[in-house]
Design a protein around this ligand. Structure first.
Ligand SMILES: NC(=O)c1ccc[n+]([C@@H]2O[C@H](COP(=O)([O-])OP(=O)(O)OC[C@H]3O[C@@H](n4cnc5c(N)ncnc54)[C@H](OP(=O)(O)O)[C@@H]3O)[C@@H](O)[C@H]2O)c1
Length: 414
């Protein structure tokens, strides 16, 4: 039985709050805090919970003294950070000051530079270790579940992993001319950045969205164009998966999304540096965010599915068996050490997610793993002193929890 403080009442915060409320045997008390307390109250009002209402609070998560005051008042066992990547470091500072464990879903990013890296948060490792505290980084879907999928493949199916392709497909349709499925500012910064992948011990850079191919997605989604991008889990997986030769990340985009993005870029609307306009400084991308649909409003409109997973090649362990959920040839078990290609994925339905927690599948696939990561920490299934990425722990309890809490997975050799 534990008390949690969730910071950030956006799309993901809403799902984490709902999912924690569904597991009262672990999360006995839930406090939701954000910059705009009204949004916390709106989420709290959606949840009827026999063990007591969701409490709410206002906080500026870039202000360490405010955070410390809030944490000292709430006295949580864990802080779940689902605000924006800009707030990771102040929240980690406040956790260190108050002696509380920390979890997030996205790595730190400075506001004035479209660059993300684990290095800033890995630098906290010794301070968390010395304080006997644990910080779990990237407990969303990608990063998060994709890291656990890779650890699962290494533990159960491969004696060595050579190539990893993480493939993220949103085959949903919200019917809007242009909208992003999560925070537009973070999303557009990510998509317009240069591509980057890991090969033979080096990082290779590509022009934004310049490398693409077709991938045939399972369960009725069919062939879609996927684009190579840089994504944060590549950095930690390249470090933690021994001997990996190549790691890449791919995402689907519709032609319509790319057409709008190109125009917005060409006219300067995706710039993150301030522009003087009628006597005030405005950041074009932040102004664009104010014009675009709130991702939360897409929930009731979005139909279709997401499919996120890992294609892995390497040397299959003798006798490796895919579990009962497996499909495809070779699912039953390898005969000996042999080169093999494997796919593990989850399919999530936007409308089913909305029926359950009033959010579409993008927020759902992030919020469920955030709750599961918190559960791993609070039940002691995953413990350690220091700063950790998801692939550093035993994947088994997390993989089992995915099946129980709304994100079942399928694995196949092909
Ligand atoms: N790993 C994954 O798979 C994955 C996938 C998607 C998203 N994410 C991450 O999940 C996080 C949440 O995304 P989202 O889509 O829920 O974003 P969102 O809808 O924009 O929500 C962000 C929330 O954080 C709050 N916030 C922003 N600045 C704050 C501050 N200084 N102090 C307190 N609260 C603040 C916002 O408050 P206001 O309401 O006042 O603006 C908002 O409620 C992001 O870090 C995103 O990168 C991870």
């Amino acid at each position: 039985m534990a008390d949690v403080l969730i910071i950030g009442a956006g799309g993901v915060g809403q799902v984490v709050t709902h999912k924690c409320a569904q597991v009262p045997e672990v999360f006995s008390r839930i406090v939701l805090a954000s910059r705009t307390e009204e949004k916390c109250k709106r989420i709290a009002a959606q949840i009827d919970r026999p063990t007591g209402p969701i409490e709410t609070a206002q906080v500026d998560a870039e202000n360490v003294p405010q955070l410390v005051e809030l944490i000292e008042r709430v006295k949580p066992d864990l802080v779940i950070n689902v605000a924006l990547p800009y707030q990771d470091l102040p929240i980690m500072d406040a956790c260190l000051e108050t002696g509380v464990d920390y979890l997030d879903t996205a790595n730190y990013e400075p506001k004035d530079e479209a660059k993300f890296s684990y290095s800033w948060q890995w630098d906290y490792h010794q301070r968390f270790a010395d304080a006997g505290l644990m910080a779990l980084l990237g407990s969303g879907f990608d990063p998060g579940v994709t890291n656990v999928f890779t650890a699962h493949a290494l533990k159960h199916h491969f004696s060595s992993i050579e190539e990893l392709d993480i493939i993220d497909c949103n085959a949903g349709d919200h019917g809007q001319p242009f909208a992003t499925n999560f925070n537009p500012e973070i999303n557009i910064r990510e998509v317009t950045a240069k591509g980057r992948y890991f090969e033979d011990g080096q990082w290779v850079e590509t022009e934004p969205l310049s490398v693409s191919r077709e991938f045939d997605f399972p369960e009725g989604i069919g062939p879609r164009k996927i684009y190579l991008m840089y994504h944060e889990e590549l950095e930690s997986l390249a470090r933690h998966i021994p001997g990996i030769k190549r790691a890449r990340f791919w995402m689907t985009f519709s032609d319509n999304y790319l057409k709008h993005l190109e125009v917005l870029q060409n006219v300067g609307m995706t710039r993150i540096d301030p522009v003087r306009f009628q006597g005030v400084d405005i950041v074009p991308l932040q102004f664009l965010k104010a014009l675009l649909p709130d991702p939360g409003s897409l929930g009731p409109l979005t139909k279709g599915k997401t499919c996120i997973g890992c294609v892995i090649t390497g040397t299959r362990r003798a006798g490796s068996k895919a579990d009962g959920r497996s499909s495809g040839k070779g699912g039953g078990g390898g005969n000996g050490e042999e080169p093999s290609r494997y796919y593990v994925y989850n399919i999530c339905d936007h409308e089913a997610a909305y029926r359950e927690v009033q959010s579409q599948a993008i927020s759902y696939t992030t919020g469920v793993p955030a709750m599961i990561g918190a559960m791993m920490m609070l039940t002691g299934a995953w413990r350690g002193a220091g700063v950790f990425n998801m692939e550093q722990f035993d994947p088994d309890p997390f993989m089992a929890a995915l099946n129980r809490h709304g994100l079942p997975w399928t694995e196949t050799f092909f």
